[in-house]
Design a protein around this ligand. Structure first.
Ligand code: SF4
Length: 281
């Protein structure tokens, strides 16, 4: 796709918007806006290794409880033409972690074509992708770090205005699963150089939905899939749910994961249910 996007249908929203003239649901124009880069950025999954996180403005999902609401609903940050975006990518220390990038896929593709440095690339996505989008990303992404947020269409409609979330996420993650898991090193020095990690944030009052998500991963992707079960939900004061996750809820979901027999994964201490993993914008 050239500089002028003709009728964007890059994600399941399929706005068919000419982004040179108007923004679609995601709020993005032709060029990506970079709200912030953070290096080093530490994730709950140490296996991601050293990386620079690039946070883009706008989002194609816009969950009511978004922890990055200051950027996901706004046009904060500098608009970067393709050359400037390539410069930012080239300046990354360690891997290049593209955070919630689905709505700027075309801009990322154009910028990567201009980059001078090859590096490990992490496609860090909400999971609300088309199969085609996941295939395009797999052309350059080494590691997929994807959410599977919901199983229930009623829940995804209520919290993300996306009743078709799981229908798309399940197909996209199967494309991502085609990437072979490669882990270099052992113990604390282990780094995933290629592969897939599926994240799931357990939401208050949604234990059964979380279990359904885990059943899907175990049954369709395999219990050797790297999972990251997160407990850090924090109300953002802007939309529901409006309470934190409690210990019992997380324990039930974590025990379900263990019962299913997942071999590779990361569990979070429930004390992480504060804002320490939320970057400031
Ligand atoms: S990327 Fe943005 S403009 Fe394109 S289809 Fe998705 S929400 Fe619409």
């Amino acid at each position: 796709m050239g500089n002028a996007i003709i009728k964007c249908n890059d994600c399941p929203r399929r706005c068919n918007a000419d982004r040179a003239k108007r923004v679609g649901f995601c709020g993005a124009g032709v060029y990506a806006r970079v709200a912030k880069t953070v290096a080093p950025f530490l994730y709950e999954e140490p296996i991601l290794g050293e990386l620079t996180a690039v946070f883009f403005s706008g989002c194609n999902l816009r969950c009511s409880y978004c922890q990055n609401i200051a950027i996901s609903r706004s046009t904060s940050g500098a608009e970067c033409d393709d050359a400037r975006l390539a410069e930012i990518f080239d300046g990354a220390v360690g891997a290049l972690d593209l955070v919630t990038p689905s709505h700027v896929l075309s801009a990322v593709e154009r910028a990567l074509a201009l980059c001078k440095t090859e590096r490990r690339i992490i496609w860090n996505t909400s999971g609300y992708e088309t199969e085609d989008g996941a295939r395009r990303a797999s052309e350059f992404a080494d590691v997929f770090l994807t959410d599977i947020k919901y199983y229930s269409s009623d829940l995804s409609r209520r919290l993300s205005s996306a009743p078709d979330y799981f229908e798309h996420a399940k197909r996209a993650v199967k494309v991502m699963r085609e990437k072979r898991d490669v882990i270099v090193g052992e113990g604390k020095t282990a780094v995933m150089t290629s592969g897939l990690i599926v994240r799931h944030l357990v939401l208050p009052d949604c234990v059964n939905d979380s279990k359904n998500v885990l059943d899907f991963i175990a049954g369709e992707l395999g219990t050797d899939t790297y999972i990251s079960l997160m407990s850090q939900f924090t109300p953002n004061g802007a939309g529901g749910p409006n309470r934190r996750l409690n210990r019992i809820e997380y324990k039930i979901v974590a025990e379900h994961a263990l019962k299913l027999g997942f071999k590779n994964g990361f569990f979070q201490d429930i004390t992480s249910a504060d804002s320490k993993f939320t970057p400031e914008f």
